[in-house]
Design a binder for this molecule. Structure first.
Ligand code: TAP
Length: 491
């Protein structure tokens, strides 16, 4: 079944749960304030190109105000608060997120373009779960890192780092915020967060939640803006820690800019994951995993299974099943509960996906797209796969960050490992096989921070997540995520 052409008209009842303001200020020292130089930018709904709101663009002076507010809170009430009390604030935030989950999910889908089923059933539950998980750690930090074991085995409370500057991307706006803010606050740090330019709205809704939870002013600050705002934050002398999630290119520039300073850094960067299917794999399950691996969130996923490595003998069978399944994907209105694939987040990202796909064709790979008609307005790209891909092709090497799958083949497990590891990235990988021993062997051989077996894109706040090689360093999530925000612990 192919998706029918549709005119984008969001269901009025879904819009009714969101109270969108026409303009938003910066969140500094517990209040929404205007920028010192009066600049604004527009955030649009990528499914319709309709302007959702005007948002303040923070300049260097605004960033300075936010960092000073975070410092004052750290030197004041937050720095002297017990872990147990910090935990109470985090529990309160987690509960408010749950209470406002419906509204936040709609807002996320409006600003980002992701299907409401994903924001409602994946993003929001994980966001709340992160705050609950780290709330539980706030009064148990002396058990969290080895640095807290003193002479004679005595336990002492590890110290926070201070003020964290956090910069996040647009693909999971609220979830990336949770990954950054929840562990930072649990450990006793204060934060200044810069959301992505194209998806600022849920971070600003989160700022309201901080007010609602009566979090002390200055503990969380949100400065909206583009790359320049992020750069001003990272460069600010008043921060002790940089936590960045985004492209490898910007991550490298950040690493260079903080080298030799006192700032600690964690980087969560790009990926080009291999999803490896052996000929003994349960094929129906594997095809679902391939589809989920690359078309979840329109492929705007750092750990997306964007390279399918399929064992030669089952290539044709897997391809036929995959095309059939892709034909049933409903591309369309992100606010429709039946939608599987929503809008591409921005015109710029759509251009990149189109360009790299054109390169794939010009380099000789064969392109096939699921049959669906796309609307004229908004940013859309049909689920697409390429066959006949070799390791030399750019679509096998570069992160496309869109709904595009490159298919390669292998004969032996050793060849699968060699091809999977043949990338500068190392964030994730998937293995589909019936043999437990092979799963363990592959997990040992693959240079990837996360290896999923007979599943893909599973996340849990208790599991550390992060990369090898150019996918970054440091871990977020779990016990390891605490080390990134504590003195004397290696992240
Ligand atoms: P980037 O262009 O790197 O942007 C990420 C964030 O950094 C945005 O807030 C951006 O602001 C800001 N920024 C841009 N230039 C900066 C600079 N010079 N200094 C400081 N901040 C700067 O990435 P993106 O396109 O938003 O996100 C896609 C990338 O993120 C992909 O490569 C993806 O793999 C990666 N990602 C990784 C993970 C993990 S966990 N490894 C998770 C999600 C995404 P603007 O929005 O205005 O550009």
């Amino acid at each position: 079944m192919s998706a029918a052409k549709f005119e984008y008209a969001p269901a009025p009842e879904s819009r009714a749960v969101v109270d969108l303001r026409s303009s938003y200020g910066l969140f500094i020292d517990g209040e929404f304030v205007e920028t010192l130089d009066g600049r604004m930018f527009k955030t649009v709904n990528p499914a319709s190109e309709e302007v959702l709101a005007e948002v303040t663009e923070a300049g260097a002076q605004d960033v300075d105000r936010a960092v000073r507010a975070a410092r004052a809170a750290y030197d004041g009430v937050w720095g002297s608060m017990s872990g147990r009390d910090r935990g109470k604030y985090l529990y309160r935030i987690a509960r408010i997120i749950q209470e406002r989950a419906r509204e936040l999910a709609v807002l996320e889908s409006l600003d980002n373009g992701k299907p409401i089923r994903e924001s409602r059933d994946v993003d929001l539950p994980l966001v709340a779960a992160h705050f609950f998980y780290y709330a539980g750690w706030a009064d148990k930090l002396s058990y969290a890192v080895s640095a807290s074991v003193g002479p004679g085995g005595t336990m002492r409370e590890p110290r926070p780092l201070g003020v964290a500057g956090q910069v996040i991307p647009w693909n999971f706006p609220l979830l990336m915020l949770a990954w950054k803010i929840a562990p930072a606050l649990a450990c006793g740090n204060t934060v200044v967060l810069k959301p992505a330019e194209t998806t600022p709205l849920t971070a600003l809704a989160f700022a309201e939640i901080c007010q609602q939870a009566e979090l002390p002013p200055g503990v969380v600050n949100v400065v909206t803006g583009a790359g320049d705002t992020g750069q001003a934050l990272v460069a600010h002398d008043g921060i002790d820690k940089v936590a960045f999630t985004g492209s490898t290119e910007v991550g490298k520039a950040i690493a260079r800019s903080v080298a030799g300073t006192r700032k600690r850094v964690t980087l969560e960067l790009g990926g080009k994951a291999a999803n490896i299917v052996f000929d003994d794999a349960p094929l129906d399950q594997a095809v679902e995993g391939i589809v989920d691996g690359i078309f979840f969130n329109q492929g705007h996923v750092c750990c997306a299974g964007s390279r399918l490595l399929v064992q030669e003998g089952i290539h044709d069978e897997v391809l036929a099943r995959l095309k059939r399944r892709m034909g049933t994907l409903r591309v369309g209105d992100p606010l429709d509960k039946n939608t599987d694939v929503g809008a591409i987040n921005s015109a710029q990202q759509l251009d990149r996906i189109r360009q790299l796909s054109a390169v794939g064709e010009s380099e000789g790979a064969e392109r096939w797209s699921a049959p669906c008609e796309l609307p004229d307005r908004g940013f859309w790209f049909a689920p697409t796969l390429f066959t006949g891909v070799t390791q030399a092709h750019r679509i096998a090497r570069e992160e496309i960050f869109g709904p595009v799958l490159s298919i390669l083949t292998f004969r032996t497990p050793a060849e699968a490992v060699e091809k999977a590891n043949n990338t500068p990235y190392g964030l994730s990988a998937g293995v589909w096989t019936d043999k437990g021993s092979r799963i363990l062997w592959m997990a040992d051989q693959l240079r990837a921070g996360v290896v999923w077996a007979n599943t893909f894109n599973r996340f849990d706040p208790a599991s550390p997540f992060g990369g090898f090689k150019e996918s970054g360093y440091g871990r977020e999530g779990g016990l390891h995520g605490l080390a990134a925000y504590l003195e004397g612990a290696s992240a």
